[in-house]
Design a protein around this ligand. Structure first.
Ligand code: GDP
Length: 362
């Protein structure tokens, strides 16, 4: 499954957050592979629709979509030069599909900051600089080879790759990540794919704030502006760690007393999932109500293939009702009566919240 790497300077709350993510009963996926390695956690994607479907269909079980988080230690100034855990850090982060930067915005004289004081914009720059330097090294190493290949073979596609790599180098030299600047600079990230550049991955940001600042709109707006167009999530890692120890109703009460509807962890998983370019469709029956992961834009046969490759090969059609139509009607039979259940063919592009039954040949 796709994964998000959690990175950040030391002492910003990464481990606190990662532990809370993987220990959370509501999220910690009830899977045997939930702790593959100490720094990898599989979590369930919160989806209140599943509980409602389970009610309607009398399902015995609810199975959410899942995604992986990887706690990646070792970024410090100079990591790209091999400082700290430099090389290991770079190898770990290269394997992830998106990067979540945890940025310290909380002030606590008992928790030392590696660079002296709390300064979110400086810390973002420190991390981005290391990622940018690592990408520049990758490019410097690859460019002569790519250039030679393209020239000797007069290969149009390779020449386009070389042009894109040169443009990327220029952007990175200006201190801009590919995620933030590629589109504006007219760089097609697809052409850079083989280089596995770190700053070409989607980014999202978690600001670890003091409780008092959590709901301060002025603070949030200022921080959000630092990272736009990336998504920003605001939370207090210490409170998240407390929330997971509480029974559901007490946790909700505590959240609401701080003016929040949803825990920071839940927001992180939900937004992280979307940042990976993923969405879900739903299946439901007496056995289970379940969310299945597909990429945005997947067709009905591709969606069927996520359940079983035979479903894709033998795909005939999909019987689909939107979650909203189904819940409004109250049951599958009622939805059918009012004409809300559709038959879709192999070109149908799946929509988020489609409740599906596939018809296939075996
Ligand atoms: P990491 O090095 O980034 O993994 O940071 P840790 O999660 O180990 O946290 C470093 C220290 O900061 C620990 O003593 C945490 O208890 C503390 N800490 C983490 N989050 C918060 C927070 O939101 N507020 C305060 N005051 N302390 C925190």
């Amino acid at each position: 499954s796709l994964s998000i790497g959690i990175v950040g300077l030391p002492n910003v709350g990464k481990s606190t957050l990662f532990n809370a993510l993987t220990k959370n009963d509501a999220l910690a996926a009830n899977y045997p592979f939930a702790t593959i390695e100490p720094n990898v956690g599989v979590v369930g994607v919160p989806d209140p629709r599943l509980a409602r479907l389970a009610e309607i269909f009398g399902s015995q079980k609810i199975i959410p979509a899942t995604m992986e988080f990887v706690d990646i230690a070792g970024i410090v100034k100079g990591a790209s030069e091999g400082q700290g855990l430099g090389n290991k850090f770079l190898a770990n982060i290269r394997e992830t599909n998106a990067i979540c930067q945890v940025i310290r915005a909380f002030v606590d004289p008992d928790v030392t900051h590696v660079d002296g004081d709390v300064a979110p914009s400086r810390d973002i720059e420190t991390i981005n600089t290391e990622l940018i330097l690592a990408d520049l090294q990758t490019i410097e190493k690859a460019l002569p080879r790519l250039d030679k290949e393209a020239r000797t073979r007069k290969d149009k596609e390779k020449l386009a790759v070389v042009d894109a790599v040169n443009a990327a180098q220029k952007l990175l030299d200006e201190g801009v990540t590919l995620f933030a600047g590629a589109e504006k600079a007219g760089i097609d990230l697809e052409l850079l794919r083989e280089l596995h550049l770190l700053t070409a991955k989607p980014f999202l940001y978690v600001f670890n704030l003091d409780e008092e600042e959590l709901t301060d709109e002025a603070v949030r707006a200022r921080l959000r502006e630092l990272v736009a167009p990336a998504e920003a999530i605001f939370l207090d890692a210490k409170i998240e760690a407390e929330l997971i120890e509480l029974p559901d109703d007490e946790a909700l009460e505590l959240l609401q007393s701080m003016g929040q509807e949803e825990s920071g962890l839940s927001q992180l998983v939900r937004i992280g999932f979307a940042t990976l370019g993923l969405q879900t469709y739903l299946t439901a029956g007496p056995k289970e109500s379940r969310a299945w992961t597909i990429r945005k834009g997947a067709t009905a046969p591709e969606a069927a293939g996520v359940i079983h490759t035979d479903f894709q090969r033998g795909f005939i059609k999909a019987e689909i009702v939107s979650y909203d139509d189904l819940t409004e009607a109250g049951s599958m039979a009622a939805a059918r009566t009012v004409g809300k259940v559709r038959m879709e063919g192999k070109d149908y592009v799946m929509q988020d919240g489609d409740v599906v039954e596939f018809r296939f040949n075996v």
